[in-house]
Design a protein around this ligand. Sequence first.
Ligand code: N01
Length: 560
Amino acid sequence: MSPAQSSPAEAAETYDVVVVGAGFAGMYMLHRLRGLGFSARVYEQGGGVGGTWYWNRYPGARCDVESMQYSYSFSEELQQEWDWSERYAPQAEILKYANHVADRFDLRRDIQFDTRVERAVFDERGKRWSVTISDGRTVQAQFVVLATGCLSNARKPDINGLENFKGPVYHTGNWPHEPVDFSGQRVGLIGTGSSGIQSAPIIAEQAKHLTVFQRTANFSIPARNAALSAGDRDAFRKNYPEVRRFAREVARNGIFAEQPDRGALDDSDDTRRGKYEKRWEHGGLTFMYAYNNLGLDRTANDTAADFVRGKITEIVKDPATAKLLQPNSHPIGTKRICIDTDYFVTFNRPNVSLVDIKTTPIEEVTAHTVRVAGKDHEVDALVLATGFDAMTGSVAKIDIRGREGWTLNQKWAEGPKTYLGLMSAGFPNLFIITGPGSPSVLSNMIVSIEQHVDWIADCLTNMRKRGLATIEAGGDAEEKWVAHVNEVAQGTLYPQANSWYMGANIPSKPRIFMPYIGGVGTYRRICDEVAAKGYEGFVMEADAAAPGRDGVGQGCMTPA
Ligand code: N01
């Protein structure tokens, strides 16, 4: 388990751990592994660190979790010294932060950029993974950690004739590194999720005309972004121990904020409206914290949805456009709620038009137009804000073969199956960070990333101490966990939406609610208990080369 155990010739190609991806998860994983004396190599397909923030450079891209909370907590010096400039950090600043972290902790020397992991095959006899990378080489590792990100596989929509379009086509999730200038152009924007809603106001300011093609109207809350003063930052910094504890242990979604103590129907209409007004004015994701049953009770949810629909009517001057922008297809919050700056007011601009492609879908994209209901909308450039093959898409692109050559894609054909979102039975020593079956995308990602990385780091340390060679999700434990994840989701309103949480944005994908909605605090306690009980539900096997140490992991089931 240490580089010293490999011969010098092998050392360059043999690692304790291969980490796939150098976003926030991969960087922290590398930092922890090195600190514990494990040899590790990170492969990153991009030309730099930062993951999501490396690729998503579209106009208006910024994080919808406040910057003082969307940041690593593992280094006290880092969180005290880094100065965030705004309440919600723009993409460029988050990327700068990621680069700062890479430099500060000297991470780059163990990261190979511009390199895709193509294939990972588990050798059952040698108890190692053979990992083939895009430069054609194959390296060996005892463990593989997939830090591939949940929203990293940008999805080009299957729209008739798209390939015939003569102008540039941009995807928000794979934006060029050079500035894109829309001045004087007619731009077509397809997609009105978080990315479309953030980019529309900025593109509208620049372009001659912006046509937004909307399939599903979305709920969006104003961000109320503002510069952070030194005083704002200090208030957080002084309170960081409590802020971080609360985010990890109490808040369901890993964000420090006042928690609701009552349901929406417990208040009078006036009181409720007053609370929604206050939260609308404050802005941001915490709008959904007005009451504790907005995700559970449809009547309660309707009160919040009606409030937002009313706001859209107040903001948007043209009644027909306002009506079209009002979401009616899903309860508020069951698709990821959007946070915007001037989205709805953008439709009052004379150079912006909205086209409904729900009742009449796009018929065809031609060389210079998007045709809807027989009408050609002329555009010089197209922006696809059409989302991602979420949670499983980037994992599925790697040819992963576990026991008996069984591929992860075969195993997950009817939906991802994991134990705790961390491992999948039949694929020993393969960890997933923020994988399906964990709170992941329902939470402040950095809180969930740090929890997973710390859990994995502790697990590997424990295995090293006990001379164990493999860990694998037990089949029974996995079945029970998958059932639990489903059961918790079914008790909420979330499955009522055709969301990417459900895989509903990818035609061939099974409809399963992928993340665990039990809350980050509950989930953390479950993971900690599992570890405290000797990794209950996991199967651990001894390292044959290390006789005299512990054998099969205590409290574990035997392999099937
Ligand atoms: O993608 P989306 P996104 N024809 O999947 C439409 C995070 N994020 O990139 O709803 C026409 O949400 C699709 O329509 P419909 C955040 O977690 C965070 O915007 O499927 N339209 C929808 O309107 C977010 O949830 C931040 O009917 C098509 C849109 O494209 C996640 O990333 C910023 C279509 C896709 O919306 C994904 O957001 C950005 C087709 N063929 C993203 N296919 C922040 O932190 C799809 N659509 C602020």
